[in-house]
Write a protein that binds this ligand. Sequence first.
Ligand code: ADP
Ligand code: MG
Length: 149
Amino acid sequence: MKEFLTNNFEQTQSLASRIASFVYPGLVITLNGDLGAGKTTFTQGFSRALGVKSRVKSPTFNIMNTYMARDFPIYHFDAYRLEMTGAANQGFEDFIGTDGVTLIEWPQYMNDLLPNNRLDITFTRGEDDNERTISIAGVGSVIEIEEKL
Ligand code: ADP
Ligand code: MG
């Protein structure tokens, strides 16, 4: 596990763009943390670094948004609304860990669909309003990415 401290949203986005330089199709990234912790902000910096031109916003109401990056699609999930219904039988398996990079906000609500090899990122608010601690853990083979950071 590696830990980073950011003091504004731009720093979170530049960390995201650094991580983006190490990713590959099939990779799954979980984004953990409370409402307003910075999960979507991270996804914006991440997607922009990979060449996404359109505006990235939270997919809360449609669960998943797809963005075309330069070399592969980005699947951006917000699983919050699955708390009640669960994530089964909705076809999400057709996207997660396939031809694109997948980022999942509120991954605890689609636990059964998470692969064993993945990058887990956790956002925690600090004392100051704009402070965030961002911890990054590569699970399984994805330890490779953690080691490069
Ligand atoms: P989430 O998707 O986790 O609910 P958002 O990314 O939508 O959170 O919102 C995070 C909010 O916090 C944004 O308004 C962002 O500008 C603000 N913010 C302030 N400081 C930071 C920081 N260091 N990192 C990320 N976001 C920050
Ligand atoms: Mg969000």
